[in-house]
Design a binder for this molecule. Structure first.
Ligand SMILES: [Zn+2]
Length: 392
C-alpha cells in the first residue's frame, strides 16, 4: 500500500537558497516544455512527450543556449520531473479532461523540488528528526518521529518539497504493508452537518461551529482587512507603473501578499485540525457504518444569505477527509440521498412533518409527542435511512 506523509521542514539558510533554486528551476522547465511544444505546434511539428523532450533538451537545447547552463547545477531528476508533470498536464488537455495548462507562476508559489529513490539498492535515509535528500543533505523535520525510518518495512519511494505561504513542506510517498483493518463492533453513526453546530452526531456528540468563535472571527476580520489593503496597494502599484515605467518596486505588495497568504493558511490549518479531530473521534468507536448527508453544497451556495456561512464551514473537505479515513479502516460510508427528508421525519414514529421551518430548532412530533433537538433527530434519520448509496 502506498501512503503519503506530509511534514513541514526546517531548512538552513543555505538549504532555503538551494530549494528556491530547484523550485524556480522546475517552474522554468515546466514553462519551457509548454512554450516549446506550443511553438512546435504552430510550426507544424509533432508534439514532444516528456522523454523525447528531455533528450532534446539535454543534447540540443542546452548546446544552443549556453546561458541556461545553470540548470545543470540542479538535481537532474527534479528538472526531468517538471517535464513529466507538464507532459501529463498536456495529455490531460488532449483527452479533454482539463483545460489548457497554465504556466507555473512564482506568485502562486508553484513548482517543486522532486526526489526519487534511484535503483534497487539505494534507500532514502530518514531518522527521527531528519531526512537525507539529494543536493540538500540532511534536512531537519519539524515533527519528530512521523516520517517512517524503518526502511525494511516502510520504503520511501519519492517525494517533493513545496513552498506554501513562505514555509516549506515535504511530502513523501511510502510503500508499506497494509493496515490491519479493525473489527467493526460499534453502532453506526449518523452525522448531520449544519450552520448552527458544525456537526451533530447520532451518538450525542455535538461539535460547535468554529466560525462563531472569537478567535476565528478575529482572524477572518484580519484577513479581510489584508485583502482590502492588498487590492488598494495593487491599484496604486499599477497606476505608478504606468506613469514611471518600471521603476516602482512591488516590495510592499509582496509583503502584503505574504501576510495575506499566512493569515489564510492559519485559518485553513485551524479548520483542518478541527475536522481531523472530529473524524478521529468518530472512527475510534469502530462504527459498523458512518452515514452522511449527500449535501448539495453548490445548490446551497446559491442562497446568498447563507452562502458565506456555508463556504466557511468547509463541508466538502470534511467529507473527503472522512471518506478517505473510513476507507483506510474499511468502515462503510452511507451517503444519504439528497432528497430524503431527514429533518422532517420524526425518528420515533416516522411521521413526516411537512411544515417544519428552518427556524424550528426543536422538533415536536404532533403524532407521537416526541420532542427532540432538530439536528439530533436529523442525525438519527441519517443513520437509519435505507435510502443511501455507498461512498466507495
Ligand atoms: Zn413521532
Amino acid at each position: 500500500m502506498l501512503t503519503t506523509y506530509k511534514v513541514e521542514i526546517k531548512p538552513t539558510a543555505y538549504q532555503v537558497w538551494l530549494l528556491n533554486r530547484h523550485i524556480g528551476g522546475s517552474r522554468w522547465a515546466y514553462n519551457l516544455f509548454l512554450e516549446m511544444n506550443k511553438r512546435r505546434y504552430e510550426d507544424g511539428y509533432h508534439y514532444m512527450g516528456a522523454y523525447e523532450f528531455s533528450k532534446w533538451f539535454n543534447h540540443e537545447y542546452l548546446a544552443a543556449n549556453p546561458e541556461d547552463d545553470w540548470i545543470k547545477e540542479l538535481y537532474a531528476k527534479s528538472t526531468k520531473q517538471a517535464f513529466i508533470d507538464a507532459d501529463k498536464a498536456m495529455k490531460r488537455f488532449f483527452k479533454h479532461l482539463s483545460r489548457y495548462p497554465h504556466f507555473r507562476s512564482w506568485k502562486r508559489e508553484q513548482g517543486s523540488y522532486y526526489f526519487v529513490k534511484n535503483g534497487k539498492r539505494q534507500i532514502i535515509q530518514a531518522e527521527r528528526h531528519r531526512i537525507k535528500l539529494p543536493k540538500l543533505g540532511w534536512v531537519r523535520l519539524k515533527e519528530y518521529g512521523y516520517v517512517p525510518t524503518d526502511a525494511k518495512h516502510f520504503l520511501i519511494k519519492q517525494g517533493r518539497i513545496k513552498r506554501h505561504a513562505g514555509r516549506y513542506y515535504l511530502t513523501c510517498l511510502v510503500e508499506q504493508a497494509d493496515d490491519v483493518k479493525p473489527e467493526l463492533t460499534g453502532p453506526g453513526i449518523g452525522i448531520d452537518l449544519g450552520i448552527k453546530s458544525f456537526s451533530v452526531l447520532s451518538n450525542g456528540l455535538i461539535y460547535k461551529n468554529q466560525n462563531k468563535s472569537n478567535r476565528v472571527k478575529k482572524m477572518r476580520k484580519r484577513l479581510r482587512r489584508l485583502q482590502r489593503k492588498f487590492s488598494r496597494q495593487y491599484l496604486a502599484f499599477k497606476a505608478r507603473k504606468q506613469k514611471e515605467g518600471k521603476s516602482a518596486t512591488d516590495l510592499n505588495l509582496a509583503k502584503t501578499r505574504r501576510r495575506m497568504q499566512r493569515s489564510y493558511q492559519r485559518l485553513q490549518n485551524i479548520q483542518r485540525d478541527y475536522q481531523n479531530k472530529i473524524i478521529a473521534r468518530v472512527v475510534i468507536t469502530k462504527p459498523r457504518w458512518v452515514a452522511l448527508e449527500d449535501l448539495n453544497v453548490k445548490g446551497m451556495l446559491k442562497n446568498r444569505y447563507l452562502a458565506k456561512a456555508i463556504s466557511h464551514q468547509g463541508f466538502y473537505n470534511f467529507r473527503v477527509r472522512l471518506i478517505t479515513k473510513c476507507q483506510q479502516l474499511g468502515i462503510p460510508v452511507h451517503l444519504t440521498n439528497r432528497f430524503e427528508p431527514t429533518s422532517k421525519l420524526c425518528h420515533h414514529c416516522g411521521t413526516k412533518k411537512a411544515d417544519l421551518k428552518l427556524s424550528d430548532r426543536i422538533y415536536r412530533c404532533a403524532v407521537c409527542g416526541q420532542v427532540s433537538d432538530r439536528d439530533m433527530n436529523a442525525a438519527l434519520n441519517i443513520r437509519d435511512t435505507e435510502n443511501f448509496k455507498l461512498a466507495y
